[in-house]
Design a protein around this ligand. Structure first.
Ligand code: PSU
Ligand code: MN
Length: 303
């Protein structure tokens, strides 16, 4: 029984039962994506934005082998500081749950938990994707596979150019995943509003996005949906500037022979150092922006 592994916060449970808007949030961004104490500050600020728009936030993580949906402030503080928190994607659940370990859920991991409890909208920073050089390394994030199968709308700021953005979009197209770009003709590149990749599906309001979600449901199409929201102009780091920095970080990654699930956290940390904190600042701002848009969408969803 799944209930053996699940703990749902009563406020979140009540909201789901009564059809109130709920927004899921991931915890890898807390444990592996940002340094302490900015990670805690951001996680709590994101929850406040969601609440101020009238939705219920549900940050998801794993504490001693239990998937917790709706982490408390203390839980968030714990996952932000604890050593040895496992980065949990789909493949990692059996190990972490059976061994009663602590885990931070990735986009894929959080989608799985959200679908299990019936949360339809999930806000994050950036999703994983096809890594540069994936032709040789086979490094394609399990986040993309999850989009194919799991029925959750993921609100993000696009994908970083540490990834191959065009290849990521091709992969999503092949997988039949609807990729909406919010209010822009260009798919965003996380720190930057522009990526060089055209938006195939531009939608400019939360209400219309909710209508697309309803259509997908009525059609019986399985899998997730992506809403990519460009970072605000005043917060962005222009693409060319960031791309240069990313190339430098990627080279270091290669020289140090970092591989697998350690690549994304390593790159995020290096980018922060090389940009003297600017990338972290942009990361925080874009998550807050996504939380604003994502919670507006959650409030417009109809069954
Ligand atoms: N992108 C970010 N910050 C993050 C991540 C991605 O800007 O913290 C995390 C997310 O949890 C995402 C995961 O699901 O990295 C992808 O990791 P990988 O590339 O190893 O699949
Ligand atoms: Mn990978």
């Amino acid at each position: 029984m799944i209930n053996k592994y699940l703990v749902i916060n009563p406020i979140v449970e009540d909201a789901i039962k009564n059809g109130k808007p709920v927004v899921a949030l991931e915890s890898t961004i807390i444990s592996h994506g940002m340094p302490y104490p900015k990670n805690v500050e951001t996680a709590l600020a994101v929850e406040e934005v969601i609440k101020s728009n009238g939705a219920v936030p549900a940050t998801i993580g794993i504490i001693q082998g239990k998937i917790k949906v709706g982490l408390t402030k203390e839980d968030i503080e714990y996952l932000a500081k604890a050593k040895g928190v496992v980065k949990v994607s789909r493949r990692d659940f059996p190990y972490v749950l059976a061994k009663k370990l602590d885990g931070a859920t990735t986009v894929a991991g959080t989608m799985i938990a959200a679908e299990l409890v019936g949360i339809k909208v999930f806000v994050t920073g950036g999703i994983g994707g096809v890594h540069r050089g994936a032709g040789d390394s086979f490094d394609i994030s399990a986040d993309l596979e999850e989009m194919k199968n799991t029925d959750v709308t993921v609100v993000c700021a696009g994908v970083k150019s540490i990834l191959d953005i065009q290849a990521t979009l091709e992969y999503l197209e092949t997988s039949g995943v609807t990729v909406i770009t919010y209010n822009s003709d260009e798919f965003p590149a996380f720190y930057s509003r522009k990526s060089g990749c055209a938006a195939e599906c531009r939608i400019d309001s939360a209400l219309e996005i909710a209508e697309l979600i309803k259509c997908k449901k009525d059609m019986g199409l399985k899998g997730g949906m992506i809403v990519a929201c460009p970072i605000k102009e005043e917060d962005e780091i222009p693409f060319n500037q960031m791309d240069q920095v990313i190339r430098e970080a990627l080279k270091e990654c290669k020289d140090k022979e970092i591989s697998g699930k350690r690549i994304t956290p390593f790159l995020l940390d290096r980018l922060k150092t090389i940009t003297e904190g600017k990338s972290l600042q942009a990361n925080i701002k874009l998550v807050l922006n996504n939380a604003d848009i994502g919670s507006q969408i959650a409030c417009k969803i109809v069954d």
